[in-house]
Write a protein that binds this ligand. Structure first.
Ligand SMILES: Cc1cc2nc3c(=O)[nH]c(=O)nc-3n(C[C@H](O)[C@H](O)[C@H](O)COP(=O)(O)O)c2cc1C
Length: 356
């Protein structure tokens, strides 16, 4: 193991993670908010960014997917930096791209707190955030201030922006709601992720049904007009025939790729010590999702030519390798990053450099 990565790993596990997990009375969302605020503050200082990159960063293996040159194959998954406040930080932590959002056309508070739970024995999280975000216009403002624009190098890495449906907008009016978000974020997005798979917005997942999805994606592809490719993010809880519908709709509408998967409603693979927490409503992520996410990615890569971004339960570099072996073009981390810190991205980068 690279000694510097070993140091970052040990420092995170032995010092930073216990501090983070133990602070704010163990409230994961408060820790998360503090972490994003600090990353946002420090990433505005080029000196600190350079120092962070030297200490914790790592170089990935470049790859072009959907016409976008990615400097590395491991990215940050949506939901970590919903309002893009830390957009300048992610490249310094070893990520080859970052997916900001999910944002909605209207700002909204999300569900009542508490709404995130750490299942530590299981290496998992349950969340029912419900798309809390400051709105697409606020993200546009934030990224304009930070100088992050499509095709530019403002963030040092390509930026994906995830869009979802505003909760108070009825599902039958979803297309206009997504179109509003798309138009607002388009100047900043190297790709746009269409989130139809969060379990925490009532009715949202019904947009994965063939007819509804073709209508939504066709409208979005027309509005994007070739400026940014569209990726569709899907749920791990779909049956094979439902996956076929999604694939058919994505191809028919001209989407550029798929992201698999979002969090799951299932509770398989949870450690018995975490069973009480697992009863909390919401989507489960992390180690219990690894197997199902792989199955879905494998199914998709066997059935469609579109590039697939693999997400879900990537907790080790071997998990990322399994995703690549199944044909994933890129991978994303959320829960693995929470439990392992930047050393996980560094190890995946090292793996991709070796196999490039
Ligand atoms: C607290 C939390 C918030 C999330 N918010 C979003 C979101 O806003 N949009 C989205 O597409 N996915 C969201 N996700 C899902 C992740 O992007 C990812 O698809 C999922 O957690 C599986 O990956 P993981 O096992 O590496 O966490 C969220 C996940 C967590 C744990």
């Amino acid at each position: 193991m690279n000694p510097r990565v070993g140091l970052v790993d040990a420092g995170y596990r032995a010092i930073l993670r216990p501090l983070l997990f133990g602070s704010y009375h163990g409230d994961p969302e408060a820790v998360h908010e503090a972490m994003i605020a600090n990353l946002a503050r420090f990433s505005r200082s080029p000196g600190v960014v350079a120092a962070t990159r030297l200490l914790a960063g790592s170089r990935g293996a470049p790859v072009t997917v959907a016409g976008i040159p990615f400097p590395g194959r491991v990215g940050l998954a949506a939901g970590m930096d919903k309002d893009g406040r830390a957009a300048l930080a992610w490249q310094a932590l070893g990520f080859g791209f970052a997916e900001l959002g999910t944002v909605t056309a209207q700002a909204q508070p999300g569900n009542d707190k508490p709404r995130v739970f750490r299942l530590r024995r299981s290496g998992a999280l349950v969340n029912r955030m419900g798309f809390n975000n400051a709105g697409a216009a606020r993200l546009h403002h934030e990224l304009s201030l930070l100088g992050v624009y499509r095709g530019g190098d403002g963030a040092g890495i390509p930026i994906g922006i995830s869009i979802g449906k505003t909760k108070v907008v009825p599902v039958q009016d979803a297309v206009d709601d997504y179109l509003t978000s798309l138009s607002v974020v388009l100047p900043h997005a190297d790709y746009v992720a269409v989130n139809v798979s969060s379990p925490n917005t009532p009715g949202l997942r019904s947009l994965q049904d063939g007819g509804a999805l073709v209508e939504l994606l066709t409208a979005l592809v027309a509005r994007a007009a070739g400026r940014a490719p569209l990726f569709v993010k899907i749920a791990p809880d779909l049956t094979d025939p439902q996956l076929d519908e999604v694939v058919g709709a994505a191809v028919d509408a001209g989407a550029a790729g798929l992201i698999a998967t979002n969090t799951t409603l299932a509770r398989d693979g949870v450690d018995p010590a975490d069973l009480v927490l697992a009863e909390q409503a919401g989507g489960l992520s992390g180690a219990p999702l690894t197997r199902r996410a792989r199955e879905v990615v494998g199914y998709l890569t066997r059935h469609v030519d579109l590039p697939v971004i693999g997400a879900g339960g990537i907790m080790t570099s071997a998990d990322a390798e399994a995703m690549f072996d199944l044909g994933a073009a890129l991978v994303q981390l959320y829960t693995g990053f929470v439990y392992s810190g930047p050393a996980l991205a560094a190890r995946i980068n090292a793996l991709t450099r070796r196999t490039a």
